[in-house]
Design a protein around this ligand. Structure first.
Ligand SMILES: N[C@@H](CCC(=O)N[C@@H](CS)C(=O)NCC(=O)O)C(=O)O
Length: 215
């Protein structure tokens, strides 16, 4: 398998955690999102992912894109440890939490959106920072409320073991910190982040520990 990603990409970070939890070490090819106008926009990369977004996973003669699709494929192909619960209601809840982050928070902080706000609409960095803080902050507050219903159900988002929800949460918390979101009103999310980051699978996936890190 060949994994195309970028150290700071939260979508790539999700996949790295999933690889680690599954004990997999795909070959890594960095795609620099800033260099040369963005390597993700060049034809060579767009031949892999016409969306011009990381990550992409090559293997078995196919190219998979979209982090959640990649992670679900991994989970089906390498079932242990399971990243989704066996119970269908719990599975729907885990997917809803993951999608709240991947569909409703993350796209608003994406590089191309921030570049558009800055370069096309002429907003300065302080507007961009406020934009990110607003949408990440609101989104994570909703995630905190979603998990309040699960209170008493373990150290992780949905139970005693990390899964797809935690895989999405930890990179989003990293971005929240990067953009200066006030996390003090999110005690459950912070506790889950700490529980996850104590595990090597999460710690080793952190952006600063990647070969292309610029931190
Ligand atoms: N929904 C996609 C999002 C992919 C995505 O937006 N990737 C970002 C990095 S986290 C990217 O490549 N951004 C490049 C750009 O905006 O030009 C996924 O989960 O894989």
């Amino acid at each position: 398998m060949i994994f195309h990603g970028y150290f700071r990409s939260s979508s790539a970070y999700r996949c790295r955690i999933a690889f680690n939890l599954k004990g997999l070490s795909p070959e890594f090819v960095p795609v620099h999102l800033r260099r040369n106008g963005g390597e993700q926009k060049q034809e060579a990369y767009k031949a892999l992912n016409p969306q011009g977004l990381v990550p992409a996973l090559e293997g078995d003669g196919s190219v998979l894109t979209q982090s959640l699709a990649i992670i679900e494929w991994l989970d089906e192909t390498y079932p242990t440890p399971a990243l989704l619960p066996a119970d269908s209601i719990q599975r729907a809840k885990v997917r809803a939490f993951a999608l709240a982050i991947a569909c409703d928070i993350h796209p608003l902080q994406n590089l191309r959106v921030l570049d558009y706000l800055k370069n096309d609409l002429g907003h300065d960095q302080s507007v961009l920072d406020n934009w990110c803080r607003r949408w990440i902050g609101d989104g994570l507050a909703a995630c905190e409320a979603l998990l309040e219903r699960e209170a008493g159900h373990g150290d992780f988002c949905f139970g005693d073991a990390p899964g797809l929800a935690d895989i999405c949460l930890v990179p989003q918390m990293f971005s929240a910190t990067r953009f200066g979101v006030d996390l003090s009103k999110l005690p459950r999310l912070q506790a889950i982040q700490a529980a996850c980051e104590a595990l090597p699978a999460f710690a080793d996936a952190h952006p600063v520990r990647q070969p292309d890190s610029e931190a």
